[in-house]
Design a protein around this ligand. Structure first.
Ligand code: ADP
Length: 302
């Protein structure tokens, strides 16, 4: 039985939001995606942050993602890769209910976060988003000062004590402090693209999340800014659990400990995003079990 976490309480904001459509699916319909113990699966001995069971996602009557069952482990980087349209963004955005506002969007199956159903009636959507922060493809700083960008969410959530220290800590963790400490009152819009993206990471960090979801965080950046984001991920994973969507396979190979490969299942009448293979990154890239993964990582598809 699930315990009741006082922080995950019903949220008045959620009133009036249609409950998710629960689509019960046949258990273990896609066996063999999670690897067995092979002596090299130490990562799977880590605490589980997300336990995702038979997850499916639809936009109205269009199925975007099907049969997704996987566990995401603490304090590592998990990459989600696959061809365009296979549901990578849909998957990651469903982990913190970012798609709730899209009319007709529905999630089936279960997404358990530390054992709590993210879409359950006990879940507080605001608290879910605080604990599971998100950074998007295009840096989206507010048209405010650097300081206020970081302080804004903390203020809104009532985390007003020691705000200066909170802002400094977030900027330091995002490896931006030294570059901005003398111009905290300047507009964030004057920062470079790479700095803006680290600012967005700092903004997420400032409210003390547990998970950072990064949706193609470097795809709009130049190679130097990309390298600094990748370097940052390797330091941030000591404090946070990171899930990154990337279309850049080299990036996944460089930064991720685990990699999930999604593709489009074309066997039925619809083209639906499906988890094909999930394993340690090294295995996905050097000895994948599924020929579709092999074709993708060797550049023969996608
Ligand atoms: P990826 O990130 O792998 O490119 P997406 O998750 O963006 O894939 O899209 C998966 C499928 O869901 C696609 O068919 C796409 O057209 C559809 N989709 C994504 N976002 C929306 C939306 N807001 N409304 C309707 N359909 C959407």
């Amino acid at each position: 039985m699930m315990t009741t976490d006082p922080a995950l309480t019903p949220d008045p904001v959620d009133r009036g939001i249609p409950q998710r459509v629960r689509i019960r699916t046949t258990p273990a319909a896609r066996p063999g995606i999670e690897p067995g113990r092979n002596g090299r699966t130490a990562i799977t001995a880590r605490p589980v942050v997300f336990d995702i069971r038979d997850m499916s996602c639809s936009y109205g009557s269009n199925r975007a993602l099907d049969w997704t069952t996987l566990k995401i482990y603490r304090n590592i980087v998990t990459a989600v890769i696959g061809p365009s349209g296979c549901g990578k963004s849909t998957f990651i955005r469903s982990l913190n209910r970012m798609n709730d506002s899209i009319p007709g969007f529905s999630v089936g199956g279960e997404i358990l976060y530390h054992g709590h159903d993210v879409y359950g009636s006990q879940a507080n959507r605001v608290e879910v988003r605080r604990r599971i922060g998100m950074v998007f493809q295009k840096p989206n700083p507010f048209p405010k000062s650097i300081y206020d960008n970081i302080a804004w969410a903390a203020r809104n959530l009532g985390m007003k004590r020691d705000l200066d220290a909170r802002v400094e800590r977030a900027l330091r963790h995002a490896a931006l402090w030294d570059e901005v400490k003398d111009r905290l009152r300047d507009s964030a819009l004057g920062l470079s693209g790479g700095q803006q993206q680290r600012l967005c990471i700092a903004r997420a960090i400032a409210v003390e999340p547990d998970v950072l979801l990064l949706d193609e965080p470097a795809s709009a950046l130049d190679p130097i800014a990309t390298a600094s984001i990748e370097e940052l991920m390797t330091t941030l994973k000591d404090r946070y659990t990171i899930v990154i969507v990337t279309h850049n396979m080299q990036q996944a190979a460089r930064v991720a400990d685990r990699t999930a490969f999604f593709s489009l299942d074309t066997t039925g009448p619809e083209r639906v995003g499906t988890l094909i293979e999930y394993n340690d990154t090294e295995t996905i890239f050097s000895s994948p079990a599924d020929p579709r993964t092999r074709d993708y990582v060797t550049g023969q598809f996608g």
